[in-house]
Ligand binder design. Structure first.
Ligand code: ADP
Ligand code: ZN
Ligand code: ZN
Length: 801
């Protein structure tokens, strides 16, 4: 007998596999999708390993295989296990990351009689009844027997009869939720269609169909003849034509406006970076190289990605390219599609399930050289993987904030190790931890110090830091410093465009009573409610709770409520008032809910339908708008003041990105940063475009305060409706962890807390957290069973969540 270790789709399975026996004759391989009995139920599972000896004595048998071919590669299996072990996430949840879209379905049990007219003389009434019902053609669903007999009895009787060989069970998966996309076609049913009583329109359709040598879709016929469906239906009724469905491939990339692009002649800097990647691809070394490609926006990183991919293809290898979701714009996709026409697959969350389904199957069939997508595209079933590229590698969105809480970059590095693929991490502002690894020699550092300068003046923009304290001293209480408003007026007069950046949504960001100081807060989260000008409502930015603006203070009934703090909506109002001649467009998540509205906003701004674009961090991400000559950062302090060890890094990244929006065209650019902390090292370094000096400061702080990369972190959060119980539970778990450490002789792990989480209350539930600091955190936490209400985040991006 052979056995299989199966990852089963059940929440109770957690991080374990289960042993099943393989019935002789059933062709079960590693990576195969199977149906297995699990308690009373039949569940889907994936075979992760074949063994000669089961992990438990009593095993049940695999019932059936779901697809004839394995659906996971061996490298996927190792990767899933690694993610589950490292991030402490349920095994099937990590396996599910790699399965085809629409895979998860319920199994349905069928019951049928083994041979017609069985001998029923020795059977009781229930048994006879079951046989009677199950005797129909092809058997019946078990559910049909449960109705008359009850669930328990039906199962018992069926089991008895199966044992006697009178009945057999079989299993089928429920219907798949996605259907292949089809298109309606129409054809003639016979050649002899000279029927006299046709209307003119009917004849038009018949004549058109007669002329066609190849099958035609109904849409085409309708367009060419101008006839309605009713006309065609009448022909169908006469038996002259017929409709039929033809399966069509969904094609997320439209090639209508794409012209093929040829590789560019590389600059000297590009060439030397490219040569390093090229020789690494050819060398097939193990472990494969990891490159950190550091270059400001516009320095030609993407061109290197494209040429490195072409190089991998020459060697018979394929690639995966990750970009942040927000940067996965049609322009980005087009650049890859133009270089590798019809050989690029796109995966992101806005695709319909059907589109994802089609792309997945075409990828595993080897139809694409390049898969480009956001975070989860790292799990694309790309065969012969040889090159993984992660653009904007410092982006926080590569970390998933729900279970499995993986970081796509770390998953990519693991996958590269498993598949022998070369990795290229690209960024203008590398993650401090990545740069540290590059300094240490773990990664190979490639630098592109300059923008590719096609025209004079497209050098990096001048950045001016304005101290807002001086503005107050000079009696300027406006949100625009004198310098910024002057610059905006100049830009408008010169018919140039302006971007104003503010990383806060809404109108007023909080509302306070002038008399008693009371601040209006969300009843469920305790954070201040922001005022949204559109709709005149108060909104909680944590949970989305909405409330009308009260007439008076709920605390003291004073009518003097003051609207304080500035969000993008308020900024829009102020800009309208201060620069009446300029038209404005606002870009934040309150205005971009539809599928294409990002694109619409960008297109309108590019078409110069407005002079000023106001937005949150969306405006900061990789969009080229050549006529923007001025970028104003309304407040650099929003991210700086977060109580998190990464706030300096975050601020530097954001400011560098925003600054990169100015001067992408021939007229150059200028950036004005407003702040109350102009001396801050992150702001200073960003203003000078000086990554090196930012890094030196930052890494010194990290070393001093013992933060990553000098240690690792895990955040353990406890959630409860009662604040006191929540705190006590966190204290109890801290004690338990400390005892566990002592018992296992583990040292070098600190437990900080318990402390209320930064968002202390969310949707009516309180949150307390413990921070673990040290190495080997996953290994330490693995054997510990956490009670309900706890979440564990290994390598959290922020401690203030
Ligand atoms: P990044 O990805 O670093 O932002 P890109 O690869 O997008 O930089 O390059 C910026 C601009 O310069 C693009 O318009 C690109 O087509 C152009 N470019 C890149 N490399 C070259 C080159 N070697 N010769 C001419 N133009 C180039
Ligand atoms: Zn009051
Ligand atoms: Zn709330």
């Amino acid at each position: 007998m052979r056995y299989a270790e199966v990852s089963v789709n059940s929440p109770v399975a957690q991080r374990r596999t289960f042993s099943y026996a393989i019935t002789p004759g059933l062709d079960v391989r590693e990576g195969q999708a199977v149906l297995v009995p699990f308690g009373e139920r039949i569940l889907q599972g994936i075979v992760l390993e074949l063994t000669a000896v089961p992990a438990v004595e009593d095993t049940r048998e695999i019932l059936d295989i779901i697809e004839s071919e394995p659906i996971l590669y061996p490298s996927d299996i190792s990767l899933a296990r690694w993610i589950s072990d490292y991030y402490l996430s349920p095994l099937f949840d990590t396996v599910a990351l790699m399965l085809p879209p629409g895979f998860e379905r319920k199994a349905i049990t069928f019951v049928s009689v083994t041979q017609p007219d069985p001998d029923v003389s020795s059977l009781n009434d229930d048994q006879k009844r079951v046989i009677d019902i199950a005797s129909g053609q092809g058997g019946v669903e078990l559910r049909k027997l449960e109705k008359p007999l009850g669930k328990k009895k039906a199962a018992a009787v069926v089991s008895q009869l199966v044992r006697q060989g009178i009945l057999t069970r079989s299993y089928e998966l429920g219907p798949i939720r996605i259907k292949p996309k089809t298109e309606l076609y129409i054809n003639l049913t016979s050649d002899d269609v000279n029927v006299p009583e046709l209307t003119a329109k009917q004849s038009a359709i018949i004549d058109y169909l007669k002329e066609q040598a190849v099958p035609v879709s109904w849409v085409e016929v309708r367009q060419k003849t101008g006839c309605s469906k009713a006309v065609a239906d009448a022909l169908v009724n006469k038996g002259l034509t017929a409709f039929y469905e033809v399966e069509v491939k969904r094609e997320p990339i439209s090639y209508d406006n794409i012209t093929i692009s040829e590789p560019l002649d590389l600059t000297a800097d590009q060439q030397s970076a490219f040569e390093s990647i090229k020789s690494s691809l050819q060398k097939q070394g193990s472990p494969p190289d990891i490159f950190l490609l550091h270059g400001v926006t516009g320095s030609g990183k993407t061109e290197i990605y494209l040429q490195a991919l072409a190089e991998a293809l020459k060697l018979g290898k394929k690639g995966i390219v990750l970009v942040p979701e927000i940067a996965l714009t049609p322009q980005t996709i087009e650049r890859f599609a133009a270089r590798f026409p019809h050989r690029v697959a796109v995966l992101h969350s806005r695709l319909s399930l059907g589109e994802q389904f089609d792309e997945w199957h075409r990828i595993i069939n080897g139809e694409f050289d390049v898969v480009i997508g956001s975070r989860s595209a790292i799990f694309a079933p790309q065969p012969d993987l040889g090159l993984i590229i992660i653009d904007e590698e410092h982006e926080w969105t590569y970390k998933q904030d729900t279970s499995p809480r993986y970081h796509a970059r770390d998953v990519a590095l693991k996958l590269a190790e498993l598949t022998g693929s070369v990795v290229v991490l690209g960024s203008a502002t590398p993650d401090v931890e990545s740069y540290y690894k590059a300094q240490n020699g773990d990664y190979k550092l490639l630098e592109l110090p300059q923008r590719v300068v096609p025209t004079a003046g497209a050098a990096l923009p001048q950045v001016e830091v304005v101290d807002m304290r001086d503005e107050l001293k000079a009696g300027n209480r406006s949100i625009f410093s004198r310098s910024l408003s002057e610059a905006i007026n100049e830009a408008i007069a010169a018919e140039e465009q302006v971007i104003l950046f503010l990383n806060r949504r809404g109108g007023a960001t909080f509302i306070q009573c002038r008399r008693c100081g009371f601040v209006l807060r969300c009843r469920r989260c305790e954070v201040p409610l922001a005022h949204h000008i559109a709709g005149d409502v108060l909104t909680c930015h944590q949970c989305g709770y909405k409330a009308p603006v009260p007439q008076a203070c709920p605390n003291c009934s004073s009518r003097q409520l003051k609207f304080l703090g500035v969000g993008t909506q308020k900024l829009e109002q102020e800009a309208n008032y201060t620069f009446p001649r300029a038209r404005q467009i606002r870009w934040d998540s309150d205005v971009t809910t539809g599928k294409s509205s990002h694109e619409t906003i960008l297109r309108r701004f590019r078409n110069k339908e407005a002079e000023i674009l106001i937005g949150t961090q969306m405006v900061a991400k990789g969009h080229d708008i050549p006529s923007v000559t001025l970028v104003g950062v309304i407040s650099a302090d929003t991210s700086l003041n977060l109580p998190d060890f990464r706030s300096g890094e975050r601020t530097f990244q954001l400011l560098s990105q925003v600054a990169g929006r100015a001067g992408r065209g021939p007229s150059g650019g200028r950036v004005i940063v407003q702040t109350f902390s102009p001396e801050n090292y992150a702001i200073q370094a960003a203003a000078r475009h000086d990554y090196a000096s930012f890094y030196e400061q930052e890494i010194a702080y990290r070393r001093q305060l013992h933060n990553p990369p000098f240690t690792r972190l895990a955040r353990l959060t406890c959630v409860h409706t009662n604040d006191v119980i929540c705190q006590r539970e966190a204290e109890r778990v801290k004690k338990m962890l400390t005892e566990e450490m002592n018992a296992r002789g583990i040292s070098g792990i600190d437990i900080v807390g318990p402390a209320p989480a930064y968002i202390h209350r969310l949707r009516g539930r309180y949150r307390w957290q413990l921070i673990l600091r040290g190495s080997g955190l996953s290994a330490f936490l693995t054997p510990i069973a956490f009670p309900q209400g706890w979440t564990i985040d290994i390598d959290p991006m922020a401690l203030v969540q």
